[in-house]
Design a protein around this ligand. Sequence first.
Ligand code: TYM
Length: 335
Amino acid sequence: MTTRILSGIRPTGHIHLGNYLGAICSWVDMLNTIDECFFCIVDQHALTTAEDSKDLRKNTLTIAAAYIASGIDPVKNHIFIQSHVPYHTELAWYFNCITPMGWLSRMTQFKDKANKNKDHTMTGLFVYPALMAADILAYKATHVPVGEDQKQHVELTRDIAHAFNNYVDKQIFPLPEPIIKKETARIMSLRDGLKKMSKSDPSDYSRIHLLDDNETIALKIRKAKTDAEPISNLVSDLESRPEAKNLLNLYAIFTQNSMEKVLEEFEGKLFSEIKSKLSDATINHMEPIRLQMIKLLNDESTLIQHLKKGANAANSLVEPHMQEIRHSLNLLLCL
Ligand code: TYM
């Protein structure tokens, strides 16, 4: 069976280190082990939260630049915009018709984002996971590399695939596997080690943006919340120190060391020294990516050409899948 990745990022707010480490880095790691890779900029998902749609065009291009600058070759792989492949929304409708509301109301992201007053919560936000399932299943993707916060949505995608196959009594969809890398599954906020780093946090100091310059990265790390204790050499001691754990984990990732090695290096040291080294390691890693992103964003027409090529490949793959799906639903086809 062909192995195929489908994953994506919503073009809302600023793309940050959590998106980069939790999603893009694991995509890059898998590029050579998977037959076909499709990376989507899921712009229609951004419309589910109205406040996010005003900078949609700019954010969409920034995410495309981030994918390419991080090492995803747009010639060998397929980078495209969700709204350029109208089959996603068509398939989402079919899924809406076989997905119980109970499944959708159990989604923790919906519960977090939904308006307290149900009458004022938009339908798009509620059915968002059915559109995400369509993003994945339209491609018959076998692997979905994501951060931990998307695990529940990928599990729901498997449930929807299973329900659809049963409904039409045919094995149309494979059950896609979520791929979640342990070390980068959940990068935490720099201001609160119990909250994930997120585009929607009101404080810019809670996250490092991919377009932050070196001084801003250093400043955000310097201002990151810590505690008063020196570092011990026991990994288990970090369980009660979420902010320290997050900073040391970032250092371990950027220096490609184990947490044990990092604790050996910093045992008894003050946070000022740790932060200064983390700052250097982060800047070393992120600066070339930022510079490449800026270059790509200055040549919008080339970027758009890559996105058109990606959309053509995506439409070509999905078109026959859609015919098979429509046929399985007994829709009358005019061939
Ligand atoms: P989004 O745009 O919120 O996040 C994009 C990716 O970044 C990961 N991520 C994180 N990983 C580690 N630590 C963090 N603090 C962190 N914050 C975000 C997310 O887990 C995700 O992998 N619903 C999705 C977008 C989507 C999608 C899809 C993903 C739509 N269709 C199909 C995969 C396949 C979302 O809102 O991701």
